[in-house]
Design a protein around this ligand. Sequence first.
Ligand code: NCD
Length: 323
Amino acid sequence: MQLTADGKLKHFLTTEGIPPLLLEEILDRAEQFVSLPGKAQVKAPLLRGKTVMNLFFENSTRTRTTFELAAKRLSADLVNLDIRNSATSKGESLLDTIRNIEAMGCDMFVVRHSSSSAAHFIAKYCAPHISVINAGDGRHAHPTQAMLDMLTIRQHKPDFTPLKIAIVGDIKHSRVARSEIHALNTLCAGEIRVIAPITLMPNGIEDMGVKVYTNMEEGLKDLDVVIMLRLQHERMNTAQLPSVREYYARYGLTEERLKLAKPDAIVMHPGPVNRGVEIDSRVADGSQSVILQQVTNGVAVRMAVMSMAIASQASLAKEKGAS
Ligand code: NCD
């Protein structure tokens, strides 16, 4: 559903099933768009005349803002739909909202929603000329976050095949973890580990090709990359943790614990970071942390994905015209 008949990226809903060459194309394109903070930002005309709608039904700082910057740096018109003050809060259905926005004329929806199938649903029922980018749906997927994380890893460690990478924390409720695991498998990462208390470990996660650790110290040994996750309290329906203090005591990434990983290991976090809950401030701000580089890469990866999706629309339109 995400790809056109000739294998181009039409929608970006999940990293699952995207062929390796296409994932690498996203990374290569993104690399060209990376522009460092403090440097002049060059505007590309790739989305000139196109309208992007940011539909964030859930809170977000980094993701919404980086999508907005990405659209603007590609010369698109961007509208941030104010969902909290929109007719959705008056009971309008999602499909009705979509139909009305389509009627205003738009080319791309960037969707964040607490329901795990919202982006797929919109992609299925929206007008055929529109691309949908999933900016996080429930616990399911957050593909652009996964790709900006892949780009950050590749900038430090260009060959994925020998790497030992662990995702640590609330795996159960994390769409980031799922999207990262699919991308890492496709990019042939050497070893993928998940480290979490048993209550935050999804059943059957081993089937995704990961090694499961409930002991933080064992899981951290010899890692090249440590990806920390936030405790997603908003998605926990019962008390799944004894206490935040106990969680930090057993799973918090401290300077001491980080020494178990390789000396040149990098530390990542998709944000928002909860200091003293999953990570010590000295690690979050330390020399091995690449957390802010992830944010910088977020703009570049979103520019790459948006420009690829719009380019696929152009080739679809050409095919139609020719037939
Ligand atoms: C993540 C998300 O919203 O899924 N954050 C993000 O996009 N930067 C992770 C989280 O909320 O913990």
